[in-house]
Design a protein around this ligand. Structure first.
Ligand code: NAD
Length: 503
């Protein structure tokens, strides 16, 4: 097993130096493709511009992978597969631990990089980097606990032995909203299970993935175990990889729409697929809730990442008795947030990812207002450069408003009153999505009963945050298939091998 220590950026690959940082140990971020043991410019020689959402200006460009580059990455993953699968779990765990420490060590400038290419505020970006690193720590601990089973067959005679083997070469496709964490939530369990992989980051935010690629390389991940390809044509590149019989796993995080396309692509070779898709989270506040706690939770559930999160509270259903006070306080808290460039220290709500995101939010807000919602805060795109939308609160949102059915993916809280808890449960479940839901009540018996009845993969009870590397993250209905995090996330990268034995 070879361990690299020197930054490969000295080898002539194109790089980007994160501006505005004095963090020790920062290195120029490679902007090419990581294929096997080399950063390469790609067969086509084309580049993709990376924008700063706070200004609309170009930060730098990255190599644009062709299908041939995708196949070269697959060759590299194949070449490394047998040795990595045969690497003892403890040795894999040691490398994953080193990855954890290396990401934490580089947290300051990685956060700056995320704030630059994604637009999110620095505290969100820093939180993401540490969350991203934790997947390596967690899966370093899990790598040595891939235990099988043994049983006596019910009829007697033979033994039933079950062993979990690495599933094989994995294609990992990630979105732009958590450019570090969505990548490490897949890479760490894949590596822990003994799989090699190809990461295809989102076109908007590849720099973070590339920086992490170099950090992993320096931390000792052997050549070919992690390959990274950015492309302006993800459909062609991913389809080619999925139609190659060497690929055995697809792990996707992104929209439900693209998830459906990828499931069709994966069906050709019947590739095992994990899907982390869109959400439409309801946030229920009952009359007996602790108002301050509910507001704190609402601020996290709505405003983490400025609302650009799959778990973001999309619909607030608040019981009549507490409704006026809840709306008042939410308006006050959201109105106090400073909007600005993610890299400014004072910013609490950063830019949206691009113009299309602003257009979508405007359309949803205008639709709700036309149907009778009352704008209590914000609700209007500011003039000036960059892709900004202000923290906004819409009260009395009517049931036919489009934003109750679609992800807003921005800093807009849609709030509605209800009287009967049964109505709230029905409205909360009335969606094809089922990722995260939130409930605030001081009545734990009722809260747990509601948690069981909400058709969601994750329910937060008196909390505004569900994400934790040690917990199984994922959705039901059209929010996904499979789980990431916890031991469940590791098993997604394994196959159960059953051996029938007589002895
Ligand atoms: P997206 O679906 O547009 O893109 C996600 C990724 O898929 C990107 O890397 C993109 O390049 C790639 N892609 C697009 N078309 C493709 C194709 N035809 N073939 C192969 N790859 C293709 O999503 P997005 O806009 O980047 O992210 C936002 C979405 O992600 C939201 O719906 C959000 O809810 C969801 N999300 C879900 C989770 C979760 O854990 N459930 C986490 C974060 C984001």
């Amino acid at each position: 097993m070879s361990i690299n220590t020197a930054p490969m950026t000295a080898h002539g690959a194109a790089t980007y130096l994160v501006p505005g940082i004095d963090a020790e140990g920062a290195f120029p971020v490679p902007t090419d493709l990581l294929i096997g043991d080399a950063w390469v410019a790609g067969a086509g020689g084309a580049r993709i511009d990376i924008l700063n959402p706070a200004t609309g200006g170009v930060l730098t460009s990255v190599a644009d992978a062709t299908v041939a580059d995708g196949m070269a990455a697959l060759d590299a993953a194949q070449a490394a597969a047998a040795a990595w699968a045969a690497t003892p779990p403890r040795a894999r765990a040691v490398i994953l631990q080193r990855c954890f420490h290396a990401i934490v060590e580089h947290a300051d400038w990685l956060a700056q990089l995320i704030a630059l290419e994604n637009g999110k505020a620095l505290p969100d970006a820093r939180g993401e980097v540490l969350y991203a690193a934790e997947f390596f720590r967690w899966y370093a601990e899990e790598a040595v606990r891939i235990n099988g089973d043994i049983a006596i067959a019910p009829a007697g005679g033979n033994r039933i032995m079950v062993q979990y083997q690495p599933i094989g070469i994995s294609l990992l496709i990630t979105p732009w909203n958590f450019p570090a964490a969505m990548a490490t939530r897949k890479i760490a369990p894949a590596l822990a299970a003994g799989c090699t992989c190809i990461l295809k980051p989102a076109e908007e935010t590849p720099l973070t993935a590339l920086a992490i690629g170099e950090i992993l390389r320096q931390a000792g991940v052997p050549a070919g175990v992690v390959n990274i390809v950015n492309t302006s044509d993800p459909a062609a590149l991913c389809s080619a990889i999925l139609r190659d019989r060497r690929t055995r796993k697809l792990s996707f995080t992104g929209s439900t729409e693209v998830g459906r396309i990828l499931l069709r692509e994966a069906s050709h070779n019947v590739i095992n697929s994990s899907m982390e898709l869109g959400g439409n989270a309801p946030f229920l506040v009952l009359d007996d809730a602790d108002l301050d706690a509910a507001i704190d939770g609402a601020m996290i559930a709505k405003m983490r990442n400025a609302g650009e999160a799959c778990t973001a509270a999309n619909r607030f259903y608040v019981q009549q008795g507490i409704y006026p006070a809840f709306v008042e306080k939410l308006v006050e808290k959201m109105g106090a947030l400073a909007l600005g460039a993610g890299t400014d220290a004072a910013t609490q709500c950063g830019a949206m990812i691009n113009r299309a995101a602003i257009d979508k939010i405007e359309t949803l807000v205008n639709d709700a207002v036309a149907k009778g919602a009352r704008v209590r805060l914000g609700g209007k795109t500011p003039d000036g450069e960059g892709f900004f939308y202000p923290p906004s609160v819409l009260a009395d949102v009517p049931l036919d408003a489009d934003l109750l059915r679609e992800e807003i993916f921005g800093p807009v809280a849609a709030v509605m009153a209800f009287t009967d808890i049964e109505d709230a449960v029905r409205m909360a479940n009335d969606t094809e999505f089922g990722l995260a839901a939130y409930v605030y009540t001081e009545n734990m018996k009722l809260g747990l009963q509601l948690a069981e009845r909400l058709e969601y993969g994750m329910v937060a009870l008196n909390r505004g945050l569900v994400s934790d590397p040690a917990a199984p993250f994922g959705g039901v209905k059209q929010s996904g298939l499979g789980r990431e995090g916890a031991h469940h996330g590791l098993l997604e990268f394994t196959e159960a091998k059953y051996i029938a034995v007589n002895w």
